[in-house]
Each structure stands twice: as C-alpha cells, then as structure tokens.
Design a protein around this ligand. Structure first.
Ligand SMILES: Nc1ncnc2c1ncn2[C@@H]1O[C@H](COP(=O)(O)OP(=O)(O)OP(=O)(O)O)[C@@H](O)[C@H]1O
Length: 322
C-alpha cells in the first residue's frame, strides 16, 4: 500500500467533537476583539463536512430559544458568536464597548449575491443566480465595502442566528431551483467588530470572516463540459480556488516582488484585507474517509499542506482610525 505523508498543525479524528474543534480555533476567533482581521476557511470536496464544521447540525436557528454552546452539535460559527458576545461583556469591566454588524454574502459564478438582500437568488434553471444587482468591492485602507449590500447591526447572538437562518433559507430556496447549487458557491459570513475603550482611549475595528468554500473537486471529470451551466460553475470554482492558492503562494513568496493577485477572483478580492499578511488566517480542511474519494482527498491534502507551510506575514491590530 502506498502511503502519503502530510504535516498539519492539528488533525481531528472522526471521533472528535464540535467542541474539540472549537477549542482549537477559539483563541483565533477571539482575536477579532483585539482588532485583528481574522479569516477561517473551510475547504474540501462536496459532502466532506465543511458546513457541518462551520454551522453544525444542531437546529440552531430558532432564535433566542437556542443555546448553541449547550448543544453538542453546534458548529464553529454559533460557538464563536456566543463566545465573542460573552467576552465582550466581560471586557466591559475594563472599559471596552463593542458594536457588531454582520453581512452574509454568497459568491456564485464569480459574482456576489447578498444573502440578506431583497433582489437576488431568484434562481433560474438555466443558469443560476441572475443578479438584478451587480455589487462592487472597494477597499479603503484596511476596510472592505461591498456596494448595495445589507449590513445588519447585531445586538445579540440570537439575532445572529436569525440572520444566519434567513441566509440559509434563501440559499436553500435557490438550491431547490437549481440542483446542488449551494455546493457550488462560496458562502461568506462577515462579522465586523468595532471597539472603543473609554478608560484607555484605545479603539479597534476588525472583521471576522468565516468562509464555507464551494466543493473543491474538479468537476470536469464528471461531464460538466456537456452541461453549459455546470461548465460555467466549474470554471468559476476552479478559478477562485486556484486564485486563492496563487494569493497564498504570492504572500509567502518574496520573489513575487510584493505583487499579490487578489483581483484575479471575486473571492480573493473580497477577502483581500482578511487574507493579507496583516491578518490571521486559518484553513480547516474537511476530508472524506471513503476509499472512492481517495484522489480528491489527496488533492485536498496537497493543497492544504501547501497553505499550511506558507508564512503569509505578521498579523497586526487595526485601529478604528485606519
Ligand atoms: N464529522 C461529521 N460527523 C457527522 N456527520 C457529518 C460529519 N461531517 C459531515 N457530516 C454529515 O455529512 C453530510 C455532508 O456534510 P456537509 O454538508 O457539512 O458537507 P460540505 O462539505 O459542506 O458539502 P457541500 O460542499 O455540499 O456544502 C451532512 O449531512 C453532515 O451532517
């Protein structure tokens, strides 16, 4: 039997619980309160467990009635949200006051859909989302703005869960109109955290981006070239995942002379400030244990171990004035 060796910071066995996974990443998500732009990607082939890891399979989206940290099936997002709110509450005693706001975006065929907006995701059996609105991404210093998208001020974890539920149901509606569409789009939850300390005069303003990437398998082997809709989807997934690879490679490679090709895909352009050397980035790789998925699993492991071995820079805090 041939063996392949890969090195990672941490490997979770099938017996690992949601709580085990969260324990590993909790400190990272928490650093958004200290003013670090932070990004967590879930990468892996369709059905390998990306959404399971980020959202979990508990019925979390019932508003205030759900208490995610007491639910063993709650995934990373609800746990992180709950932890951020409770840490912010503790930090009040030290003078900190935080404001939170959230956005839920989907990138499908290299275009942004606002999962909280009114117009998109109408669905179409002939080609997926027909955006009534084109969204533009702008970067000003350390901030990212997406035109004509809804940003919701968030007062409590339960409000975040309702927001996630709304976005999820809109995605699912679109998915029933177009078979398996959600596996072929990237879903990005952006939580902006603004903090000010009345005692020390310090301030911070950073975002936590949690990204459920489209299935990483190369679909051309499954006949996508015969189906124009599938072909377009495949092309844009391949493009955005290879752009992600190129950006990470460029960040870790001094030889590129400082040029990082963020603009090559909507995914990398949107996440520019969360991917750059000043932010904290983590990739969570989901792999299937099934023998028939071995090739995809090895491809995923190769990609992720390359990402893991890349040093993208040194994270630094973002102050509110930046
Ligand atoms: N570690 C796990 N333990 C238990 N069930 C799991 C685990 N990982 C995945 N599953 C289950 O497998 C199914 C597929 O997982 P999931 O939807 O998370 O995959 P995915 O990688 O997000 O797929 P897609 O690319 O289609 O979004 C779900 O029913 C999920 O609950």
């Amino acid at each position: 039997m041939k063996t392949h060796a890969f090195r990672f910071d941490r490997v979770f066995q099938p017996s690992a619980t949601q709580s085990d996974v969260f324990e590993e990443v909790a400190h990272l998500t928490q650093s958004v309160l200290d003013g670090y732009n932070t990004c967590i990607f879930a990468y892996g082939q369709t059905g390998s467990g990306k959404t399971h890891s980020l959202e979990g399979s508990a019925n979390l989206h019932l508003g205030a009635a759900a208490v995610p940290t007491q639910d063993p099936e709650a995934g990373l997002i609800p746990r992180a949200v709950q932890m951020l709110w409770s840490t912010a509450e503790h930090l009040r005693a030290k003078g900190w006051r935080y404001e939170f706001e959230g956005q839920m975006l989907e990138i499908y065929n290299d275009e942004i859909n606002d999962l909280l907006g009114k117009h998109e995701l109408s669905g179409s059996s002939s080609g997926g989302s027909r955006n009534e609105m084109k969204h533009e991404i702008k970067h000003e210093k350390m901030r990212t703005f997406v035109s004509d998208t809804i940003v919701v001020p968030l007062e409590s974890p339960s409000q975040v869960f309702s927001l996630l539920a709304k976005a999820k149901s809109r995605r699912q509606t679109a998915a029933t109109l177009m078979n398996e569409r959600s596996s072929r789009s990237h879903c990005v939850f952006i939580l902006r955290v603004k903090g000010a300390n009345a005692l020390t005069g310090e301030s911070c303003d950073a975002t936590l981006s949690l990204v459920d990437l489209a299935g990483s398998e190369r679909v051309n082997a499954s006949g996508s070239d015969k189906d124009p809709v599938r072909f377009t989807e495949t092309k844009s997934i391949n493009k955005s995942l290879s752009s992600l690879n190129d950006v990470i490679t460029a960040l870790g490679n001094a030889k590129t002379g400082g040029h990082v090709p963020y603009r090559n895909s909507t995914l990398t352009w949107l996440l520019k400030n969360s991917l750059g050397g000043n932010s904290k980035t983590l990739m969570l790789l989901a792999i299937s244990p099934m023998a028939e998925h071995l090739n995809e699993t090895i491809n995923s492991l190769r990609f992720a171990s390359k990402v893991n071995s890349t040093v993208i820079g040194t994270a630094r805090r973002v102050r509110a004035s930046e």
